[in-house]
Structure formats: C-alpha cells, structure tokens
Ligand binder design. Structure first.
Ligand code: ADP
Length: 496
C-alpha cells in the first residue's frame, strides 16, 4: 500500500484534534474533542494530562475510522501543541504527579520575582531569548517540585520526568520509550540556551531542577519514535509548538518571512535568520522550526493580548453586533474614519509598550459618531497594534518586512486585511488553508518521511487572496500618527 497521507495531532488549549492531509495538503478528515479547563483558583489554569492523551488517541482512531483510511496508508505523524504547558510524571508508572499547568496560568509570579531578585533578568534574556515570566515552563516545573509532597526528592533520584505537551504525548504514545521534544518547544521552557542549543545549567541550578528530568531535544523534522495502531507502526516525524508550526506552514522557513495569527489574541512571528538577535523593543527571541542539516533559525515574536477578543467585546458587552463577521459589511458601508481610535488595552498594553496597568480608551468622538464608527475603529485597532509590533520587528532585525502572511479567525475579514495592507504598505497574503498550524506540523513530518521536498511544501500552501496597499502615503502617515497619539494619551492617563 502506498503511503498517501500525513496525520497532524493538533493539541491546543481548548481542543484536541487529529487531521489527515493528503499529499496535496488537502484535508481528508478531522476529529475533535473539547478539552476540560480547570480553574482551581483565580489566575490558575489546569488540564488533565490523561484526558489530553486519551482525547488525542480517540480522535486519531475516530478520524481513521470515519475516513476509512488504513493506518498503513499513513506515512508519518506531525505533532503541534499549545506551548509552555507543563507536565511532570513518574518515570515508572507514567502517571502525572499533578495536573498540567497551562501557559496562561500565573501562579508562579513569586518564583519569577525570586529569579529577578537574583539578578537573572539579563541572563535569561541573553541565553533563552525570553523575559522572566510565569508563562514559560521553568517556574511551573519548579512550583510542582516545591509543592507536591516528595516530588523534589523523587526528581533528584531520577524518578520524575518533565515535558511540554509534545513530550507528554510522545511518551504515552510510545509506551514510555521516548522522552523527547523539539527545538521550538524547548525554547519556551526558559531553561534552554538557544544560542548553544542545550539545557542551561545556570538556570537549572537557580531553580533546583535536575537535568535527568528533561527530555532530549531534537530537530523539529526528525524521528521522535512511533505510534502503533492495529499492528501498524507509524513514525512521528515532526514536532513544533503551535506558533512556530504556523510560521512553518506559512512558508516561514525562509529568513524575512513574517506571519500574524489573528485569533482571540494576535501572535506575530518573524523568521530572523540564523543569527541570534536580542530585542530592544519588548519582543522575545525564540527558535523557529529546525530542519536536518540546516542552521537553526531564530524568530522574533510579539503578541497582542486583545485581538479578536475586542470583536467579542463588541458582541457580548457592547451588544453592537450579533456576529463577528458582520463587522466587514459595516466597515465597508461607511466612509473612512477621521481621527477616531479605539485603544483596546483591556488587559494592559503588550509589545512594544508593556504597560500592564493601561486600560482601554476611545478618542476622537464627535456628535456624528455612532455605533458603526465605533465598530470600525475597534476592528482597525487590530491593524494598528499589528503595525506597532511589525515596526518593533523591523527595528530589531534591521530588515524591512515586505509581505505579511496571515491566518486565524479574524483574517477572514477582507476589510481588516485590506486596511492592514494599507497601513503597513506591504502585501498581505492569506492562504486558502485555514488549518495552517496543523499543516505546518504535517509538513515537518512529510519532509522527513520523504513524501514532500522543501520545494513541495512551498507549493502546498495555496494563496486565497493577496491584498495590496492602496492608501496614499499622506493618509497612511496621518492615520498612524493619530494612533500613536492615542496610545500616548492612554499611557498618560495611566500615569496621571
Ligand atoms: P482562537 O484560536 O484564539 O480561539 P480563532 O482563530 O478561532 O481564535 O479566531 C476567533 C476570533 O476571531 C474571535 O475573537 C472572533 O471575534 C474573531 N473573528 C472571527 N471572524 C471574524 C471576522 N470575520 N471579523 C472579525 N473578527 C472575527
């Protein structure tokens, strides 16, 4: 039987899915299960690692049954996962010692403060590319060792293992044979030296984490072990954290390619090539998907806390719309805005401003402003915030970005995409494939399996639409200057 298909495991924050792609990159089947969220205390978010594994297994079996595709026709599996989420389990029994602590969970702020007090901020930035923050796995792992009775002793005795969700899934699917991860996931732990590509002894010592707990770090497109199903062995040949997988799926193995995922928040990544650059503008540096026999590339990353969430706010709190997609027709139905800005700093301001106390604001309201104008200004704020991060990336990298690849729910909005192109004065390129993250993981696996060449992966990503800038320079400059004034005033309000 020919190996005609590639499977992607897409283990996300809210759901677990298995997707089958054919060799053209078309989806042949999807199976999905919602993931239970646990909130034991304010600011805490947990998942059940056993549910994650069982759901992944179930969706895998279901999609094979539903499509009638025989396991022998699957060339390889690629895994993409929610990043930073931390699992610690017993090496003997394979049982987690605690729930998975989810990336969003901020219970470890005190541990972060201790690291800062030890003067490690510059060290962390220069060696891991990150800022000291509760998001990343290192302090979550420390919390488990400190809190669970006997965990530190067992860890010191080599009886406990740590992993991000990719490692956990591979460990379970390989019956404990493989304890591995890839460069992209390792680079989110705050324990991995992204310059030397090895676990960082100084940070491990600072957090009292024994090295024996940590997985072996591999190239993103390599052999991670195999899954056995009905007497068929299917290799796992690709692994990447979700945002890096999306960058790869967007063609971002090439230096200079940038992508923005417009979801609840927005995640921007720029492939900045093989030289490490430390950000001076509030971005982080992380590892892009690595390929065999090629130098590892670094990516600059910036996130926008409130992206599509502001459209949900229009719908659920302001009651101005019934559905997110209505915003496109509304924006097209009224003339361009003049000096009206919504600054959706509902959760403070992220990159490049980093003002945790900032609150949202609307500027420029006059008597003729009604609900449609507010809707339009809210949508345009996604584009302005994106421009802020792109500008920071250009300053850090010293490169001009010429095309922005886009994905995520709000990238379906044509008005927003055209406005984004106008504002950035670059082309905005939206692919046909909406499952670009899963496709990225499938591509990593398909490359190693020999199903695709690198050239093939470029043509698999088919373009849906390219938006070209139409706005004149004067208008663009004035509009953005107005936005920067709105940001300045938002910050000043906070200081007053
Ligand atoms: P996530 O993966 O973060 O859950 P999605 O990629 O599914 O997010 O995108 C959903 C977000 O995109 C929601 O916040 C929603 O308000 C927004 N959204 C979806 N469709 C549109 C649209 N046509 N115009 C503007 N925003 C949209």
């Amino acid at each position: 039987m020919n190996n005609k298909y590639i499977i992607a495991f897409d283990q996300g924050t809210t759901s677990t899915r298995t997707i089958i792609f054919d060799t053209q990159g078309n989806i042949q089947g999807i199976s999905k299960k919602e993931l239970t969220q646990y909130y034991p205390q304010s600011g805490w978010v947990e998942h059940d690692p056993n549910q994650i594994y069982n759901d992944q297994k179930e969706t895998f079996e279901t999609v094979l049954k539903e499509t009638g595709i025989h396991p022998k026709e699957i060339a390889a599996i690629g895994i993409t996962n929610q990043r930073e989420t931390t699992v610690v389990w017993d090496k003997e029994t394979g049982e987690p010692v605690y729930n998975a602590i989810v990336w969003l969970d901020n219970r470890t702020q005190d541990i972060c403060q201790t690291l800062k007090n030890k003067g490690l901020e510059t060290y962390v930035r220069e060696h891991t590319g990150l800022v000291i923050d509760a998001y990343f796995s290192g302090t979550k792992l420390k919390w488990i060792l400190d809190t669970i009775k006997g965990a530190q002793e067992k860890a010191d005795a080599g009886q406990l293992l740590f992993g991000t969700i990719d490692s956990w899934l591979i460990y379970k699917f390989t019956n404990g044979k493989q304890h591995v991860t890839d460069h992209t996931n390792a680079s989110r732990t705050m324990l991995y030296n992204i310059k030397d590509l090895k676990w960082d002894d100084t940070l491990l010592a600072a957090l009292d984490i024994p090295k024996s707990m940590l997985p072996e770090v591999k190239t993103s497109s390599s052999n991670f072990g195999s899954v056995t199903y009905k007497d068929t062995t299917i290799p796992i040949y690709g692994v990447a954290g979700d945002q890096q997988a999306a960058l790869f799926g967007q063609g971002g193995s090439i230096e200079g390619i940038a992508k923005n995922t417009y979801g609840t928040g927005c995640f921007l990544l720029l492939n900045n090539g093989k030289d490490y650059v430390s950000s001076k503008n509030g971005l982080i540096t992380t590892l892009a998907c690595s390929l065999p026999n090629e130098p590892t590339h670094y990516a600059l990353e910036g996130s926008i806390f409130i992206g599509g969430a502001s459209i949900q706010w229009l719908r659920d709190k302001m009651l101005l719309i019934n559905e997110a997609k209505e915003t496109e027709a509304i924006c097209n139905s009224i003339p361009p805005l003049k000096d009206l800005y919504v600054v959706p700093a509902f959760a403070g301001l992220g990159a490049p401003y980093w003002d945790a106390n900032a609150k949202g604001a609307i500027y420029g309201i006059t008597l003729d402003i009604g609900k449609n104008e507010i809707i339009k200004a809210t949508l345009e704020a996604l584009a302005y915030q994106t421009k802020d991060v792109i500008k920071a990336m250009e300053e850090d990298s010293g490169k001009a970005i010429t095309t922005l690849k886009v994905d995520g729910g709000a990238s379906a909005n044509n008005y927003l995409m055209q406005f984004q192109s106008d504002l950035l004065n670059v082309t905005v390129d939206r692919p046909k494939m909406i499952e670009i993250t899963a496709l990225g993981a499938a591509m990593l696996a398909g490359l190693k399996a020999g199903v695709w060449t690198k050239k093939d992966t470029e043509s698999i990503r088919k373009i849906d639409h390219v938006f070209s800038p139409k706005m004149d320079t004067k208008t663009r400059t004035e509009k953005y200057a107005g936005w920067l004034t709105a940001i300045r005033r938002t910050k000043t309000f906070n200081e007053a």
